[in-house]
Every structure is written in C-alpha cells, then in structure tokens.
Design a protein around this ligand. Structure first.
Ligand SMILES: Cc1cc2nc3c(=O)[nH]c(=O)nc-3n(C[C@H](O)[C@H](O)[C@H](O)COP(=O)(O)O)c2cc1C
Length: 333
C-alpha cells in the first residue's frame, strides 16, 4: 500500500493546486462558512495548516446573538440549523480574530471571510472594511439574508443580487477576490448565478442550505425555535451536484468564473462528483461535526483517485462530466 504524500510534496504524480480567479490554493479543500467558527476554536481538532483555505463564519456589522435555541436539529442524513448569523460583529472581529487568522495564513491556508448583512449599506461597509486587510484573500458574500428595506432575500432576486455584488465589488481592495455564495432556494439558479457574474463576482460558491422544517410530533410544533432552518449534509449532496453542474455549463464555464462546490461532502468520492460537475474548490461543513479531519481525509483520497486515473493535476478532472445528449435544465421538463 502506498502512503499518501504530503500536500506540499512536489514529487507526487498529481498536483492538487487550484487557481480561483488568480487566488492560488495549495489544494481545493476548505471549510464551509459557519461550521468551524473563526478558525482557532477548531485548531485542536484538525490540522488547519493543510487546508487550501479557511472560511470564517458570517460576519455582520453589529454583534448578533443569533436565534433562540433550539437552533440545530439532527436529521437522518444531515442537519437543520437556524443559528441566525450569531457572531461577534465587525469591530471585535477585526480586533480579536484577524491576528489569529494572520498566524493561520502564515502556516499555509488562504483566508476567506464570509460577510452577511441586512441592507446594501451593511454589506458594502462590512465587506469593504474587512477586504482592506492584506491578509484577507477573498470575501465570500452570504446572500441568503432578507433585506430589511423590502424583505426580499438578496440571493433570490437577480436584480437585487447584481446591484449588491456590483456595489460590494466597488468597495473592496482590488486584489481581494469576491466570492458570491448562491442560495439553492430559487427556481432557476442559473439566473442568480448569471446576475452575480454580471455584478462582478470573481468566484461563485454553492450551495448554501435548503430551507426546511422538522416537526415535534408530540408538541405539534416545529423543532427549531425559528420554525424553519437550513438543511445541509449528505441529504442535499445530489441536489448540490446537480446545481453545480447546471451553473458550470450554463454560466461559470462560458464566463471563465470558477466554482467552489459544497453540500454534503463527506468522502473523497463525493468530492470527485463535485469536481466532475465543474467545481474547482471544495468546502466541507456538516461532515466536520462527524469528523473534523474530513477535509484532510478527503484530500488524501482525491490524491489516490487522481493517480489511479493517470492525471498529473486535479485540474484534469474539473468539469469532465460526460453527459449523453442535451441534459434538460429541469429534472421533469
Ligand atoms: C451549523 C451551520 C452553520 C452555518 N452557518 C453559515 C454561515 O454563517 N454563513 C454561510 O454562508 N453559510 C453557513 N452555513 C452553510 C454552510 O456553509 C454550507 O453552505 C452548507 O451547510 C452546505 O454544506 P455542507 O452540507 O457540507 O454542510 C452553515 C451551515 C451549518 C450546518
């Protein structure tokens, strides 16, 4: 049996290095926002230095307590969460968390800060200020938030999304990449993906959670205090792979915009599906609750797959899904 080589071993047959619109990562593996805090909460559990990038939880302009408990429910093949963007807010993030992230970056991974807001101004101010820090390689916009102005969710309305992305891009340091994280809670994700690209997104990430509900049958009430929550984990993986393949073929590939794929990645085979569907980066969220080392074991498995496939680079696999005929845009045309 051969031992997987270390990620920085340049003698390996297959390179795992990927390029996200000019942001170079040693490997495609990253954490999914909100599933491992600001980084160091997680440091004792897995070797963060081996990640391609670390993605923080969503940061908002003001501190947020988040929703009342119960805010997490386990489901048969995943979990429902309604955390409600609990975070320490912009000022405390800059003062207390950035120094730790700087140290983490020095050890290898690129730093991606996820930003959320409830108005256009909030997004612009928060993203602009965080992006002014040289250690922040990219901002990931969580657009699954309602706008206080009109109640519309930014990520489900193409025009609103395009305006948001354009204004945030304009407020950011030029060499800081802008990743727009797409919501699956839309009729046609290629519309919102297209709007994000037109607005100036450098990278698309997908998918955020599916709105869902679990019911306590004795109390006859929703199990989450919030009523609804976001479904994640293996339950959503085939849905996520499908949406990545759609966005890759219809929007991202023609526009030359890379995709970070996520949604239920737990094993290396799952990661290969996302790569074949068109993802360049790969994020792991819910599976971290089962095994915090999941991104590392997935990465080692990917390396073995690439060698078996005779590939010299992971990029040989990206978007290589072969589809017979013209696949319909919807499952039931
Ligand atoms: C507990 C929990 C908290 C999350 N918090 C955030 C968040 O703060 N911002 C965000 O953009 N996505 C958040 N997400 C969504 C994940 O980043 C990811 O898009 C989604 O869970 C799908 O990936 P997974 O199936 O690997 O978890 C959260 C997911 C979970 C499970």
């Amino acid at each position: 049996m051969t031992t997987p080589a270390a990620d920085n071993d340049t003698t390996t047959a297959a390179s795992l290095a990927v390029d996200l619109a000019g942001l170079k990562l040693a490997n495609p593996m990253m954490t999914a926002s909100g599933t491992c805090g600001y980084a160091y909460e997680y440091a004792g559990l897995a070797d963060l230095a081996r990640l391609g990038a670390f993605v923080t939880k969503s940061i908002t302009s003001q501190p947020r307590q988040g929703n009342e408990p119960q805010r997490i429910v386990e489901t048969r093949a995943g979990m429902l969460n309604a955390i409600g963007l609990a975070n320490i807010g912009l000022d405390a993030f800059m003062a207390e968390k950035l120094p730790d992230l700087r140290r983490l970056r020095d050890s290898g991974p690129r730093i991606i800060v996820n930003v959320a807001g409830h108005s256009l101004d909030e997004y612009v101010t928060t993203a602009g200020r965080i992006a002014s820090e040289d250690i922040v390689d990219a901002i990931e916009l969580n657009v699954s938030c309602p706008n206080v102005g009109d109640g519309l969710t930014f990520g489900t309305d193409p025009q609103l999304l395009k305006d948001l992305v354009r204004q945030v891009r304009g407020a950011m340091r030029k060499d800081c990449k802008l990743i727009v994280k797409l919501s699956p809670n839309v009729g046609d994700v290629t519309q919102t993906a297209g709007a994000a690209v037109e607005g100036g997104a450098d990278v698309l990430s997908m998918i955020n959670t599916y709105t869902a509900m679990a019911i306590d049958i004795n109390k006859k009430r929703p199990r989450l205090a919030n009523g609804t929550g976001g479904l994640s984990g293996p339950a959503i993986r085939p849905l996520a792979v499908y949406l990545v393949s759609m966005v890759y073929r219809h929007v991202a590939k023609p526009a030359g915009v890379p995709i970070v794929g996520m949604g239920g990645i737990q094993y290396w085979q799952d990661a290969v599906e996302f790569l074949l569907a068109g993802a360049t980066g790969l994020a792991v969220g819910t599976a971290l609750f089962v095994d915090p080392a999941t991104p590392i074991t997935v990465m080692d498995g990917l390396r073995g797959y690439l060698v078996k496939q005779g590939c010299s680079s992971i990029t040989d696999v990206i978007g290589q899904l072969q589809i017979g005929g013209d696949t319909p845009r919807t499952p039931y045309p």
